[in-house]
Design a protein around this ligand. Sequence first.
Ligand code: FAD
Length: 407
Amino acid sequence: MKTDADILIIGAGASGMAAALQAVRDCPEARIVLLERSDRPGKKLLTTGNGRCNLSNREIGISCYNPAAERFTQVLDNYGGDIGFFRSLGLMTREDAEGRVYPLSGQASSVLDVLRFAVASSGAKIICSAEVTGISEEGSGFTVTTADGRQFTSRKVIAAVGSPAGAHGYDNKQLISSFRRRGIRLRPFSPALVYLSVDELPAQLRGTRVQAEATLRLEDGRSFSETGEVQFGEGYVSGICVMDLSREYDGEAGAGIEFDLCPELTAEDIAENLETARISRADAPASAALTGLVPKAVGETVLKQCCKDVFRRKTGSLTAEEILSITELVKRFRLRVSGKGPFRSAQICTGGTDELNGSTLESTVCRGLYFCGEIVDVDGKCGGYNLHWAWASGRAAGAAAAAALNE
Ligand SMILES: Cc1cc2nc3c(=O)[nH]c(=O)nc-3n(C[C@H](O)[C@H](O)[C@H](O)COP(=O)(O)OP(=O)(O)OC[C@H]3O[C@@H](n4cnc5c(N)ncnc54)[C@H](O)[C@@H]3O)c2cc1C
């Protein structure tokens, strides 16, 4: 069968461009075409890492991803050296104290530029404003159809279409249905790395940030904890640790989030500190009894919940019982989770397909079709892990598709 391309990549985002570059390296004579829905390749990259693009992390391990990712350990092992990949494209990087890797320029646009310039120089062709809506098997290859009726044939196809997460999130309903018709199973997408909506968040906490340990407790008894800065908003809680926990929340009723608002100290230390305050600051307002331990708004919220008429009282009037309940609330400040942010506010999605070969990412039900990036059922925590997966999986799929051309 004479085809328009040897390898056709649907989506010129992070993983799609990585796939193209690897395929060209491994098979320079292959005709590679990327079809991109948007008017420019890689737009989402510009918004990553607050415009700085946290493209990888020093500490990459399978434990940074969801349990289903374990079957793709080999992809990370074989193509995990992303800093080397970017060095080979001429992009220098720097690591921050937590091991997060950024371009040396501090600009996400540099990452996009080195990728798109390298793709352009490689001979691979990017066709923009080409939204793929369907795929069908044609002899030993595939035909893909775009929303405006164009058709492209190819020997191999790599689906690198991402997920609906982000401001310009797109649900790809038609293309996903087309995959499903080919027998490909995809776990529904759910927004992740996003804020959690909570009930009855005291108004006083809005706009407050606190270092805390956050524990998400699900109705089925499972619980997950993360430590870091928590931000209280209007009806929601956010911050990196909460966003990481959002990966575990699928909208289950009865879920709660619990904060240890002073994780550095034990309950005994806090009680002792309150006792010291009771004696040494006896005439100070009781609402300020937690001064020095937690931010003012947090202290007042806790005091208000534990002590009657607290705004009219002095610290010296706190009873032993009240000190106990203040301590307990500081260590276990609970809110009911009522939902999570929408796709447009999310950085990634959970869900996608896992019916793939663990190292080549070829579909096990549709040979010659490969998946990479977020459409694979792999999701990582904040810190560069998701882009790391995009590069590694893109390169793995690109290499495998190129190798298969010679079979
Ligand atoms: C605000 C924000 C900040 C983020 N910050 C970070 C960060 O700092 N570090 C990190 O590791 N991760 C970050 N992420 C996550 C990261 O951007 C994604 O995990 C990564 O881009 C996924 O790569 P991908 O190639 O699978 O998808 P994408 O990069 O989204 O690329 C998919 C491409 O396919 C195109 N496409 C989709 N459907 C079709 C179709 N039907 N036909 C043709 N083309 C199509 C899209 O237009 C897009 O260009 C962030 C995400 C967001 C939204």
